[in-house]
Write a protein that binds this ligand. Structure first.
Ligand SMILES: NC(=O)c1ccc[n+]([C@@H]2O[C@H](COP(=O)([O-])OP(=O)(O)OC[C@H]3O[C@@H](n4cnc5c(N)ncnc54)[C@H](O)[C@@H]3O)[C@@H](O)[C@H]2O)c1
Length: 305
């Protein structure tokens, strides 16, 4: 199958592109390299440097390439920046998707998989979050992802384009950008590997649900072959505090450093964890790499980088 992977120079989609190529699919990657890197590109993929906000260019590419499926990961992903500049977030995450879908409906593509968010989708509710809970995103980033899902539902209803929105929890693994505002495992690992002492925001008791990249890739493979249409949580239903992340990374690095805390970022969600029973029922998906093993692999990757 010919698959257009957007954001394929980035962390998650570069692994997805690798897996699709490994399975024998033909992959075309589009990326503007704003946070992605050419080093992540699979040499067997065709790479086109383009910004998905450039309507004419991205639509021309889709018309020329005629992909059978689109795996959409290109997005602006910084929640804090989305609060400061909601328009920028909407231009990339909502308008970018619309440019793609308006060309996709002409072909028409047979399947769209979109990376959404589970962590920023449900607002401040009791954990674990299920897909049946009302989506009440509290940030422009979360709103842009929910809007994307609603648009995909529209293209499905009107143009019969099947879609699956994968609502990831906090994804971690090799190649994650350690210079953004999220990705605490990458940030801690890279800083400690460079001999620096990372700081924990606040008292470190906030929890997140960390899902390993290999499991996220498997969800993207299963989604490609599934006839399901709709939203699926992809997480572990396990809550891990930032303090636990810090201690685990420090232990795996084999260093002895004192915990350092700085003032909490305002508006931070306190807890987050995703119920993945729907993904298990529909895709046969469940996480296979536990947190200890995942951190071990990430730390080894940063130490050998
Ligand atoms: N990392 C996580 O924990 C997580 C959690 C939930 C959802 N997601 C979603 O998964 C996707 C990938 O995230 P990631 O962690 O791999 O981030 P990333 O920054 O590594 O990847 C995003 C890629 O998209 C590209 N890109 C951004 N804006 C673009 C534009 N306008 N045109 C073309 N390319 C553009 C970037 O250059 C980058 O290569 C995003 O949609 C993100 O919202 C990530």
């Amino acid at each position: 199958m010919k698959i257009l992977v957007t954001g394929g120079a980035g962390f998650i989609a570069s692994h997805v592109a690798d897996a699709y190529i490994e399975l024998g699919h033909e992959v075309v990657i589009v990326d503007n390299l704003s946070s992605g890197s050419k080093a992540n590109l699979n040499s067997k993929a065709k790479f086109i440097e383009v910004d998905i906000t450039d309507k004419a260019k991205i639509q021309e590419i889709i018309r020329q390439e005629q992909p059978e499926a689109i795996n959409h990961h290109a997005a602006h992903i910084q929640v804090g920046y989305s609060v400061k500049n909601p328009q920028f977030d909407a231009e990339n995450n909502i308008m970018g998707l619309l440019h793609i879908m308006e060309a996709a409906k002409e072909i028409p593509v047979k399947k769209v998989i979109m990376a959404a968010t589970g962590g920023a989708m449900y607002g401040n509710k009791a954990t674990p979050f299920t897909e049946e809970m009302k989506a009440e995103p509290l940030s422009p980033y979360g709103i842009s992802k929910r809007a994307g899902e609603l648009y995909l539902n529209y293209y499905h209803e009107l143009y019969q384009i099947p879609y699956i929105s994968l609502r990831y929890s906090n994804v971690y693994g090799p190649r994650q950008n350690a210079h953004g505002e999220s990705g605490v495992i990458a940030i801690f690992s890279e800083m400690i590997a460079e001999g620096k002492v990372p700081a924990i925001n606040g008292d470190g008791t906030h929890t997140r649900d960390y899902v390993y990249i290999e499991d996220v890739v498997r969800a993207n493979i299963l989604a490609l072959n599934s006839s399901f249409v709709g939203e699926l949580n992809i997480g572990t239903q396990t809550e891990i505090s930032t303090n636990e992340v810090w201690r685990k990374v420090v232990a795996e690095m084999g260093v002895s450093i004192e915990e350092k805390h700085v003032v909490e970022r305002p508006g931070e969600q306190v807890t987050s964890s995703l119920d993945y029973s729907k993904a298990r029922k529909i895709l046969g998906w469940e996480p296979s790499v536990n947190f200890d093993e995942g951190v071990r692999r990430v730390v080894a990757w940063y130490q050998n980088k």
